[in-house]
Structures are given as C-alpha cells and as structure tokens.
Design a protein around this ligand. Sequence first.
Ligand SMILES: [Zn+2]
Length: 139
Amino acid sequence: MNKFELKLVDGKLVIDLNSEPDMKLIGMPVRGYDGVPNKYDICDLGPAPVIGTVELTDEALAKIEAEYQNGGQCAWCDEVRPKLRPPHMFDRDRDGGRMCEHCWNHDRKMYKGSYGEDIGPFEEEGEGGEEDDSSDLTV
Ligand SMILES: [Zn+2]
C-alpha cells in the first residue's frame, strides 16, 4: 500500500503526494491531489495540519499519476482538470496551452452553431488535429 498524508490547506483536503519533502523542492510547486491534479507551494503544503493518512492502491496511484501527466491547468478557463488535450485548430493561438473537456465541449457547441462544423468529441485521440484543410480557413 502507498500511504500518504491527508492535509488541510485553505479549508480543502489535499493528499500530500510528497511525503518525504525534498529540500530541492523549496520554492517549487509540489503535488497535492485534491480531486484534480493540483500543485501547491511546498511552504503551504509542507507544514499544513495533517488530518490523517490515506492508503492508495497501485491502481489509484497510477490513475492520479496519469492525471498529472495528462491534465493540469486549462489554458482557457484556468481550472485544473484531470485531462487536457491540444485545442482544435480554430482555437490554436494561446501560447501552445492545452484545453479541458469543459472548454472543448463549449467550443464544439459554438462551432456547430456558427460554422456548422463538428470538431468532434473531446476524447478522440488524434495527432493534434488534422492540418489538411487548415489553409482554407479565412478569418
Ligand atoms: Zn477549460
């Protein structure tokens, strides 16, 4: 079993995934799982009051790890989400940031309405969108 401390930060329960703080991490954001793959300042998370310990199965830990790999802060709504993807080519102008499902679905609806084009479901894994007819786009 993988044991982690459950801490209280700003009234929120956070699983401290860095049970053995590394001095190199001072000043760096560290992983604190609060339902989404969030990061905290080690100065906030480290000394936060410990509520208890949680045991995570390997499966649960792998899922959280995947969320940290695939998710993060959405470049559109700034929310931390468990899964992000590269934006559709219609949206591609935001410092290479990635987009959450919420924003994707919002845009999908919008494009369907204004362009009559379906950009497809969020979950569809492509190679970052088809480039074939992007030159036809006019602004
Ligand atoms: Zn978003």
